[in-house]
Design a binder for this molecule. Structure first.
Ligand SMILES: [Zn+2]
Length: 220
């Protein structure tokens, strides 16, 4: 336990909730920051808020709706369903989004007197987001420190884990059942094990099945 304050980039999904439990174990004070950019489901924000409330951590929700102005199809966006097409990047995907999110998180963290930033980005399941790579995060850490004359430390506890290993970590943190039941991954907005049919559910279930097949859960 570090006698220090941390801010977790928090969406209410499996990965960031695992990071939140990791932070609660490793830091004496923890806050969360959630970005509202017109998610496919408002439920995603509500889910994040309910977890933050339940765990007794402060949540700052930042309006990032301006990202929609930068999305590739922004000009015709009023004709377009903002929801994910199955198996594709969201049509509101913006280059450098994680760069922006982590930079805003750093500003909030410094104002809150926190040095530690925690994000659930992961290079193992690298899915086309260059600003989720370890080399980028390390580079940004240096840039943030220089830009604000402050000693941030960006932590990426999931960087080298696959989905099954992330479930294992949640189990080690005594949060396996909580994360399984309370987090939202599903594109159709079904909390917990989800709809079972969408690509996000299938990916989550594959990792879960792999973990359950190779391990005896701590909670069992
Ligand atoms: Zn689903």
């Amino acid at each position: 336990m570090t006698n220090d304050k941390a801010v977790v980039v928090f969406s209410g999904g499996q990965d960031s909730t695992t990071c939140l439990f990791w932070a609660l174990k490793n830091f004496s004070e923890v806050e969360t920051i959630t970005f509202d950019y017109g998610q496919r489901h408002k439920l995603e924000i509500e889910c994040a808020t309910s977890i933050a409330t339940d765990l007794g951590v402060k949540q700052t929700i930042l309006d990032m709706s301006l990202l929609n102005q930068l999305a590739p199809n922004a000009l015709t966006r009023h004709d377009v369903d903002i929801a994910h097409e199955e198996g594709q990047l969201p049509n509101t995907f913006v280059d450098g989004r994680n760069l922006l999110f982590l930079s805003f998180a750093a500003i909030v963290a410094k104002q809150a007197g926190a040095r530690h930033l925690i994000t659930g980005v992961c290079e193992t399941d690298f899915s086309g987001y260059p600003d989720c790579r370890d080399v980028f995060v390390k580079s940004l850490n240096v840039t943030l420190n220089l830009s604000m004359d402050y000693d941030f430390v960006i932590h990426t506890p999931l960087m080298w884990l696959n989905k099954a290993e992330t479930w294992h970590m949640s189990d080690q943190l005594d949060a396996f059942n909580y994360i399984r039941e309370r987090t939202l991954t599903c594109y159709n907005g079904v909390i917990g094990d989800g709809c079972g049919e969408c690509p996000a559910c299938k990916l989550r279930k594959a990792g879960l099945d792999q973990y359950l097949a190779t391990s005896i859960q701590g909670g069992a």
